[in-house]
Design a protein around this ligand. Structure first.
Ligand SMILES: *Cc1c(COP(=O)(O)O)cnc(C)c1O
Length: 458
């Protein structure tokens, strides 16, 4: 087998695609701390959680024992329109770096929404429809999540209302048009449609908006409309579960050629793509069947794992989702406005947080100019134009490959390439014009944000 030439792209055929998601919590000895009801600060029950999420998703959110969960056929059929996602051997990158390392990446940007977010959007929309709901509301900043949800909702004939941060709505008109093409109702936030939007506009006329404000508008609209729910595109256990399709496919493709990665690298915003990519490998590590090195990569400007605290916090500034114990910078933390490289989320999946806390995973933070340098290098060598978020993983994969060059080790590296950079040309332009700066929050700024963390009664 060792002489078999590994193809540039390893594809699975339809029948080889995973038919179940893998619930990593089932194999964790130390489970993530219980989710808390924001109204009572006590562990949330299934019936309470079912008022926030549709029932099946509430079950998935709380399920820490079922290892495999069947993917409903309708979702599988949707997946088949854009999956399996190819696993690529980065031969050109290896050659350019002159490294003995073998580098693989799993590309999730091969669908119109441009990222892995569609994997969970379709699942969330499906369960909402299945329960007879009329529609969902959400916020979108950069636009990937809103686009993914629009596509999923149109497939299922579900209404979709997206509050898009106003400056992004104006800067990314094409993202907005894609969403409208799929039938979503897109509103720049803050808007006059909601009480919270009107209040913000009164106090800050002309504001470009913020993610926190867009979330609050989406939450308010969902609670005022019969048959609507607010949905979230990352950080929740259910989202990580749906994203395990990435890792399961990657593992199946690698198993086909007897490839075993030594290092698995992913970018971490709320942790859903990273958690999904590493899940089946981490499961083997937790069960003592194999060992892998896992590296989470986050921006130095929004460093939840490397500089955050492990504490209970809100996952959404609207405080409607349950609180979870996670590495967080505080839900009021706002990354510097000079940060354009994505991954701005304040917290981290509670599953990944627990694994990191227990020493199963490492984390690194990288500065955005070095991320864009890696992105550009990668685009020129491998052809694919990467999303800035994904490029955090590229940066560390290159670092690790260069280490192998020094030591002569032939390590196998797998990283997640979560999306395409087509809609991020403003950020690339800033980089090319030399106008991009690096910002690292001071300890004082972080302390000030930690001081606003919710107080949890013992
Ligand atoms: C949203 C997004 C991320 C980060 O989100 P996670 O939940 O941490 O996976 C990474 N890459 C792309 C392209 C995204 O759209």
């Amino acid at each position: 087998m060792s002489n078999t030439k590994i193809p540039y792209k390893i594809y699975l055929d339809e029948n080889e695609m995973p038919k179940q998601w893998y619930n990593l919590r089932a194999d964790m000895k130390n489970k993530p701390a219980p989710l808390l009801n924001p109204a009572t600060m006590k562990p949330i029950t299934l019936s309470e959680l079912s008022e926030v999420f549709c029932e099946e998703l509430a079950k998935q959110e709380l399920d820490e024992t079922t290892p495999y969960i069947d993917i409903p056929e309708k979702i599988l059929n949707f997946y088949k329109m854009y999956r399996p996602a190819p696993l690529t051997r980065a031969y050109c990158l290896e050659e350019k770096l002159q490294t003995p390392a073998k580098i693989y990446y799993k590309f999730e940007g091969n669908n119109t929404s441009g990222s892995h977010k569609l994997n969970s959007a379709i699942a969330q929309a499906y369960y909402a429809k299945d329960q007879g709901l009329k529609g969902v509301t959400t916020e979108t900043g950069a636009g990937q999540w809103g686009t993914a949800l629009s596509m999923a909702c149109s497939y299922l004939d579900l209404d979709c209302k997206v509050y898009m941060v106003k400056c992004s709505y104006e800067q990314k008109p094409f993202r907005r048009e894609v969403m409208r093409t799929y039938g979503a109702n897109v509103t720049p936030s803050p808007s006059m449609e909601t009480e919270v939007g009107r209040k913000i506009l009164e106090n800050h006329p002309g504001t470009g908006g913020s993610l926190g404000c867009a979330i609050s508008e989406a939450v308010e609209t969902a609670s005022n409309l019969e048959g609507y729910r607010y949905v979230l595109g990352s950080v929740l256990n259910q989202v990580l579960l749906h994203q395990t399709i990435i890792g399961l496919e990657a593992k199946a493709a690698m198993d086909k050629y007897n490839i075993k990665p030594d290092i698995i690298i992913g970018c971490a915003g709320g942790g859903s793509n990273l958690g999904g990519l590493i899940a089946p490998f981490m499961g083997e590590k937790l069960r003592g069947e194999a060992d892998y090195q896992f590296i989470a990569v986050e921006p130095a400007s929004c460093p939840s794992l490397t500089r955050g605290v492990y504490a209970y916090d809100y996952c959404d500034t609207g405080a409607i989702c349950p609180l979870q114990k996670m590495y967080t910078l505080g839900s009021n933390f706002i990354p510097a406005s000079t940060h354009s490289g994505g991954l701005r989320y304040h917290g981290m999946s509670s599953i990944l947080s627990q694994l990191y806390h227990d020493g199963y995973m490492e984390a690194r933070s990288v500065e955005q100019t070095s991320v864009f340098a890696a992105a550009e290098f990668f685009a020129r060598v491998e052809g694919t134009l990467p999303a800035p978020e994904s490029s955090h993983a590229i940066k560390v994969a290159i670092d690790e490959a260069l280490k192998c060059k020094e030591t002569g080790e032939e390590k196998t590296i797998l990283f997640g390439l979560t999306g395409t950079g087509y809609f991020d040309m403003y950020a690339y332009e800033k980089f090319h014009d030399g106008k991009m700066t690096d910002y690292i929050p001071t300890d004082e700024e972080l302390q000030a944000s930690f001081a606003t963390l919710p107080k949890i009664p013992e």
